[in-house]
Write a protein that binds this ligand. Structure first.
Ligand code: GZL
Length: 326
C-alpha cells in the first residue's frame, strides 16, 4: 500500500516539475529590466558632474536600472562597489578607473561571475585585456598633441624666440594625466623654442590648481613663465584667480592652454583670458548605454570607442556656434 502512495507522489512530483500537469501554456519569461552597476570616481570637476548626468540620463532613456555609487576619489571604494555589483548579479558593470593600476583582481572576479565590464572615460593598465569588454572615452594622447600643436601655432603667431612652459597636471597615474602629458611633450619635442621648466599635479581640482599656480609663481616669478598648460578647466580657473591677484593678465602676459571645455572656461576664452581649450566631452552616457544594449542583445561590441573632439582657440573663430561648452 505504502509503495503505491510513494509511486503516486513521485509521479505527481515529476508532472509538476515537467509542467505537464498544468493546463496553462508555459508563461513566457518576462524580460527583466537591465541592471547596470556604475562606479563613478568622484565629483572633482564640472566635467565629472556633467559626465555623471550623461550616464544617468542615458540609462533612463534606455529604461535601464542604474545602480550608481560614487567613490569620492578613492580607488578602494571603487573596488568595493564593483564587488557589491558582482554580489548583486548586475547585468553589466561600468566604471571610470581613477588610476590605471590595481584592477586585475576585482575584474577577474567579475569575469568569473560572467559579468561584462565596460571602462568609461579612463583606461586601466593590465596584461590581460580580456578583463574588460569595451572602453568608451577620449583619446587623451591626441588631446595632448592638439595642445602642443596649438602652442606651435601660437609661438609662430607671436614670433616668439623662446617660451618657458609650466604644466599643471591631473591626477597622478590617471590616463588623462599620463597621455595629455605624453601627447603634449611629443608634439613640441625638438622645437628649440620650448622648455618645460616644471610640472606639478593639481589632481583635477580647482583649489589645487590655485595652489600649483601660487607655487609656480613663487618659484619662477611672472617673468619666468610664458605658458601654462593645465590638464583641466577646473585647475585652470583656479590658476586664473591667482594670476589676477598677482596683477598678471592671463592670455596676454602668460599663454593659457587648458582641456575640457566647460562653459566658464569658454567664457574666459571669449574674453581673451584663456588662449586655447582642447575639447574633452563628458557626454559618454549614450555611447556606454548603446554598448550595454549590444551586450544584452548578445552582439559583439567594439573594444575601443573614442568620441569626436575639437579644439577652440584665439587663433580660430571665437563665434563658432560649436564652441558652447558644457
Ligand atoms: C577626462 C576626465 C578628466 C577631466 C577632468 O576624461 O577623466 O577628469 O578632464 C576630470 O575635468 O576631473
Amino acid at each position: 500500500m505504502r509503495r503505491g502512495i510513494g509511486l503516486l507522489l513521485i509521479a505527481a512530483l515529476l508532472l509538476a516539475v515537467s509542467g505537464c500537469g498544468t493546463d496553462r501554456e508555459a508563461e513566457p519569461a518576462v524580460p527583466h529590466a537591465v541592471v547596470v552597476g556604475f562606479s563613478q570616481l568622484g565629483a572633482e570637476s564640472s566635467w565629472r558632474i556633467a559626465n555623471t548626468e550623461s550616464m544617468v540620463n542615458a540609462a533612463a532613456s534606455y529604461g535601464y536600472v542604474l545602480m550608481m555609487e560614487n567613490a569620492n576619489q578613492k580607488q578602494e571604494l571603487q573596488i568595493k562597489s564593483i564587488r557589491s555589483f558582482i554580489a548583486s548579479r548586475v547585468d553589466v558593470i561600468v566604471f571610470s578607473p581613477i588610476v590605471e593600476t590595481g584592477w586585475d583582481n576585482v575584474l577577474r572576479e567579475a569575469q568569473q561571475a560572467g559579468i561584462p565590464v565596460i571602462l568609461m572615460d579612463r583606461m586601466i593598465e593590465t596584461s590581460d585585456d580580456s578583463l574588460y569588454t569595451a572602453y568608451v572615452g577620449a583619446d587623451f594622447y591626441a588631446e595632448g598633441v592638439r595642445a602642443g600643436e596649438y602652442l606651435i601655432r601660437k609661438a609662430d603667431a607671436l614670433g616668439a624666440e623662446h617660451m618657458n612652459i609650466v604644466e599643471i597636471s591631473g591626477t597622478i597615474d590617471s590616463t588623462p594625466m599620463r597621455d595629455r602629458q605624453r601627447g603634449f611633450m611629443d608634439a613640441i619635442a625638438g622645437d628649440p623654442r620650448f622648455t618645460v621648466i616644471d610640472s606639478i599635479s593639481g589632481d583635477f581640482l580647482r583649489s589645487k590648481g590655485e595652489e600649483c599656480m601660487t607655487t609656480l609663481l613663487d618659484r619662477y616669478g611672472a617673468d619666468g613663465i610664458d605658458v601654462v598648460y593645465s590638464h583641466n578647466d577646473s585647475m585652470t580657473l583656479g590658476a586664473l584667480d591667482v594670476m589676477d591677484r598677482a596683477g598678471i593678465r592671463p592670455g596676454q602676459d602668460i599663454v593659457v592652454i587648458t582641456v575640457d571645455g566647460e562653459k566658464e572656461a569658454v567664457a574666459e576664452l571669449k574674453k581673451g583670458r584663456i588662449n586655447c581649450i582642447v575639447q574633452c566631452t563628458p557626454a559618454l552616457g549614450g555611447s556606454v548605454m548603446a554598448l550595454v544594449q549590444g551586450l544584452t542583445d548578445g552582439r559583439i561590441v567594439p573594444k575601443i570607442s573614442h568620441p569626436v573632439e575639437g579644439t577652440y582657440s584665439d587663433l580660430d573663430d571665437l563665434d563658432d556656434p560649436e564652441m558652447e561648452g558644457f
